[in-house]
Design a protein around this ligand. Structure first.
Ligand code: ARG
Length: 458
């Protein structure tokens, strides 16, 4: 960043700003990320000014050409950003005026940086969160593909991290697909509030020029226009909503990460992590660490932090624009980078995870996850459920003592536990059967799973 003499002078004294103040107040080092939205907004503003006869069509054309030239410079890397010009808006306006001449100074007619920055940031947040939606759809597709491939794979379902009942691996994977689908829906709904045009609010009170915010909104493919100029320049709940959506995405990713971390531990051994997504230890040669999942879990913290940070910035702010609002951008930029990369990494990792059926089967047996089946079997034969429950508990103790599964207990032992246990109990204790019987809506049964897959594919 180079300070340049030609900076648009906004300092209150002719001596200029103290160097510390320049460093402290500048935002161009990060808000330049919004250059595309800023230039698109300025072009729409210039065209609207001409359509409303505030400037001439020729002037508007010169402004648009100049803005396109600035865009080219930025994209080619030749643009010189200057901290002396404080923020991206003034950097771009300065260069526009250098390139287009005095007409450049007309661009800001009927506009303030207060409504300009609100427009830029609304477009930016909308563009980025639309990208998150696409990344979520890709993640959902990988989860659904994997569920389809593992529809017949049975594993223990847990409560309290204790083996509970058998479920299909597909059901477990699809649980996450539904969470991410709600995250995508939430973002789509929020977009209707984010992509609203605030341009025309000017500094805070509206303008004396006959502005047409609807025309600007239409050119920028926005979904509505502001209704109150003071609200338009002071509101940042559109960012907060995006940060909240991001927090939920990261929370869901952290839970999935935790499952992956547990499953990849030799103590579970349910999955084998792809080499490309795991790391070794510098000292322990046997290690295969789930660092990508751990970092995803850990990065949840900074995203929650961004949400809390901006909520705190906004608390008690008097109307309307206050410079505090500039603190919104770094939080969102960091969150955007975190969410987008985390979603990409998780999608890549899940696509390559290898399930280990033998380990899952061993856990089914050792977890006695068919104990409920035995209790239900007796209850279906007229045994009061509490008695049936106690008998099944005895069978579990017996199997634990013999280090075998319930299904491995000899017939006479089972009969000794309860006389109503007959040979047909083998069928009932079969894990695949236990899963296949749970065809209640949304259950883990194969038909229910296929219905979910079909619905998620839509
Ligand atoms: N960089 C500023 C921000 O992000 C732009 C708006 C400045 N407006 C002002 N009145 N100083 O909020």
């Amino acid at each position: 960043m180079t300070g340049k003499g030609a900076a648009l002078a906004l300092a209150r004294s002719s001596r200029g700003a103290h160097p510390l103040v320049e460093e402290f107040t500048q935002s161009v080092s990060y808000d330049r990320a919004l250059y595309r939205q800023d230039i698109a907004g300025s072009k729409a503003h210039a065209r609207m000014l001409a359509a409303q006869s505030v400037i001439s069509p020729d002037e508007a054309a010169m402004l648009v050409r100049g803005l396109d030239a600035v865009l080219d410079e930025i994209e080619s890397g030749s643009f010189v950003w200057s901290a002396a010009d404080e923020d991206l808006h003034m950097n771009i306006e300065r260069r526009l005026t250098e390139l287009a001449g005095d007409v450049g100074k007309k661009l800001h007619t009927g506009r303030s940086r207060n409504d300009q920055v609100a427009l830029d940031f609304r477009l930016f947040v909308s563009d980025r969160t639309r990208d998150w939606q696409a990344l979520l759809r890709a993640l959902i597709a990988v989860l659904v593909d994997s569920a389809e491939r593992h529809a017949d794979l049975i594993m223990p379902g847990f409560t309290h991290l204790q083996p509970g009942q058998p479920v299909s691996a597909a059901q477990h994977l699809l649980a996450y697909a539904w969470m991410f689908r709600r995250d995508a829906e939430r973002l789509a709904e929020a977009d209707g509030r984010i992509r609203v045009c605030p341009l025309g609010a000017a500094a805070l009170a509206g303008s004396t020029f006959p502005l047409d915010p609807r025309a600007v909104a239409a050119e920028l493919d926005m979904r509505g226009v502001f209704r109150n100029s003071m609200d338009a320049v002071s509101d940042r709940d559109f960012v907060l909503e995006a940060l909240f959506c991001a927090s939920l995405i990261m929370m869901h990713l952290s839970r999935l990460s935790e499952d992956i971390i547990l499953w990849a531990s030799p103590a579970f051994g349910f999955i084998r992590l792809p080499d490309a997504y795991s790391t070794g230890s510098s000292i322990m040669p046997q290690k295969r660490n789930p660092d990508t999942a751990e970092l995803t879990r850990g990065k949840c913290g900074r995203v929650y932090g961004a949400l809390l940070s901006l909520l705190t910035v906004m608390k008690g702010l008097p109307m309307t624009y206050n410079r505090d609002l500039q603190e919104d951008k770094e939080q969102f930029l960091d969150t955007d980078a975190t969410v987008a990369l985390s979603l990409r990494v998780m999608t890549g990792l899940l696509g390559e995870v290898v399930f280990v059926p033998e380990k899952m089967h061993e856990a089914l047996r050792k977890g006695f996850v068919n104990a409920t089946e035995l209790a239900d079997y007796l209850a279906a034969r007229g045994v009061p459920f509490r008695d049936a429950y106690r008998a099944a508990g005895k069978a579990v103790d017996e199997a634990a003592g013999r280090a075998c599964g319930l299904e491995d207990l000899p017939a006479d032992v089972l009969q000794g536990i309860h006389p109503l246990i007959a040979d047909d109990v083998r069928d009932v204790l079969n894990y695949e059967r236990a899963v296949a019987r749970r065809e209640s809506p949304g259950g883990t049964g194969p038909l229910s799973v296929q219905r979910q897959i079909a619905e998620l594919r839509r």
